[in-house]
Design a protein. Sequence first.
Length: 229
Amino acid sequence: MSSQDRSMITLALSKGRIFDETMPLLKAAGLDVLENPEHSRKLILPTNRNNIRVVLVRASDVPTYVQYGGADLGVTGLDTLIEHGSEGLYQPLDLQIAKCRMSVAAHEAFDYASAVKQGSRLKIATKYINIAREFFARKGVHVDLVKLYGSMELAPLTGLADAIVDLVSTGNTLKANHLIEVEQIMPISSRLVINQAALKLKQPLIRELLDAFVVAVNERNSALNESAR
Ligand code: PRT
Ligand code: MG
């Protein structure tokens, strides 16, 4: 059954923090995923609604699946969304999950502020080429960008780069590698993205799901505010 079937809704999620943090919202919206992706090798997971299913894809592939209709909707980090581009994607809701920030980090022995002030050309390693290019262009800092697919933290330690652009949440990974967060670029959280054609063609079902997500996010936020008092 392809996701072109108008009676079936396909939701794309990635394993790990996005799946884990989306689950409570799905539950609150009345949706139970019937298999645990950590214990199953299945890539298509049934839910308690026979017309809604979950597909597991790599985090960086979620926007692609939704854009081309391999899934009707999905949950993706703002980092991934900006880097991928949002053509064909409707972004109605910030789920406020998987929160972190996009930052510049450098080795504790590297004087980043002086290098920037002196107008030095900086070598920046990152998975987020577009975000980094845009950020440094706006600052008027000249950079050479080196694309990496993982372990950005290693680049300044090996002389591959002067600094990195990466996600930071607790800061523990930076600290463990003698790196310092020298600039914050933007706050990051996960967004619901919907295929624009699917939104029209599968209107009642997708609307219902979107409305349930909105209610679930609002209820979670009120509960959080309540407990913070
Ligand atoms: O692992 P894979 O290459 O398949 O994809 P991915 O790394 O994009 O997936 P995943 O599941 O790790 O991340 C999915 C989304 O979670 C990201 O796109 C972000 O929007 C969000 N998110 C939230 C994070 C973090 N927090 C985070 N801390 N993604 C990654 N990290 C990494 C960060 O890159 C760094 O290596 O954790 C490390 C820093 O963590 P602290 O706590 O030590 O600061
Ligand atoms: Mg990861």
